[in-house]
Design a protein around this ligand. Sequence first.
Ligand code: C5P
Length: 313
Amino acid sequence: MALASLRVPSFAKINLGLEVLGLRQDGYHELRTIFQTVNLKDDIVLRRKRSSGITVECDHPDVPTDERNLAFKAAWELARRADIKGGLAIQIEKRIPVAGGMGGGSSNAAAVLLGLDRMWGLGLGPAGLHPIARSLGADVPYFLVGGTALGLARGDEVFPLWRQIAAQVVIVDPQRPVSTAAVFRRIDARLTPRENSNTIFRFVSRDLEGGWAFSVLSNDLEEAALEEAPDLAAKVKRIRRVLAREGAMLASLSGSGSTYFGLFDDPIRARRAREGLAAEGFDARTARTLSHGQYRTAWSRWASPGRARVRTR
Ligand code: C5P
């Protein structure tokens, strides 16, 4: 059944560890990373419109609303492949930090693909959407899956982990956009091949033994990101101090930054960390991780026909 409009959630991710193994022939970098969804999200409304073409509206001034927007590209590409002729309005309510390493643009693109698949009744599902997703960006395929997942190759080969993490996350937005491409360029200037790097492997094998090993994880992009944004380094030092004081299991930059996060098993410690960071003037919030199952449930709850938020024609 084709729908006239649909409201879909677009969740953020953090990287619990990220290894850069080398430069690929296609100019991208070979990665190993652990992706994790958090329940911080943008909301996206998809609406069929009478006039032809695709329009994007967003309440955040730094998000482009023309064909540079990844959600626009996703809709355009899916409409082209599925031969859909009608017009479409995409409205994005932004809460995920922009250019913050939390995958906001990639998540929006995947949410538009999943939402339009349902709205237009295409029945492609995540597997059918995967080729379009990977053509849009390295992080987009992950958002078709969600939860705790291993990302390989460009980060676009995604494998859910057997055990899903359940934790509190304190997210700090230093409000300092960082260009992912620029951070990777800095990595090239200093890259020594790291094919033997094994922290992600150790993390995954400890998971299979039944225990998390957050202490082995680190983010290879962190140093380069702090070089790219030197004003960030002093802030990160202060953020890390508060997160460590409150007992974070892991404190790290997400992706290429500048969002910094702390992972906690105790909600009280997480709240204290947020309050401590807010007292130092940081924009900090608490969130929690979403498992693969919770991600799927959130999708079916938000984006299924017949709910109050969904109108049929
Ligand atoms: O794929 P996406 O457009 O999100 O990536 C942004 C930029 O990050 C790319 O243009 C590329 O410079 C860099 N990148 C990379 N290797 C990856 C992922 C991203 O070099 N695996």
